[in-house]
Ligand binder design. Sequence first.
Ligand code: DAT
Length: 178
Amino acid sequence: MRTLPNILIAGTPGVGKSTLSQVVSEETGLEWLDVSQIAKENKCLEGYDSSYGSHILNEERLLDEIEDQMEEGGKIVDYHGCDFFPQRWFDIVFILRTDNTALYDRLVNRGYSGKKLEDNVQCEIFQTILDEAKESYAPEIVFELPSNTSSDMESNSEKITQWVQQYKEKASNSGMQM
Ligand code: DAT
């Protein structure tokens, strides 16, 4: 058992991953690794998908980039995919879910349109990331959390913070028995 847990927060773009990660990081003291930002800053992006208006992630390079930090523990990772991370990296996985109409509005506000907008809303409707998480991690560590309102955001952050607290207590108790 790590002294501090690693948490994965995943879901369709716009469901609230970075907002929640930041709040949980402030509440728990765990470090938030903003994968999209890290990829941008460390040349882990390659090619360009013009139909999506976004770069393609070089997954291997990104994994190499953050491996040492993940091995330390105490990290919150957020990303809109989850099947390429090593399973052993995470102690718990949260999948945020948002109703289509709310998600549509958030993505329009972000400037998404056309195919990119439609595909992302469909990704949420078909619960693509939830299924991906269930296939990639032990089902007992994957939790679905609604993220429609600011009170959802608050309650999600409280739940995760409590879980981290319990994890820390368990880790320090098991350390004392050794
Ligand atoms: P993501 O990191 O999943 O792409 P985000 O954290 O950038 O999403 O949030 C997208 C926008 O939606 C941002 O303006 C904040 C808002 N938002 C996120 N979660 C919310 C929630 N539970 N209730 C209301 N607004 C939310």
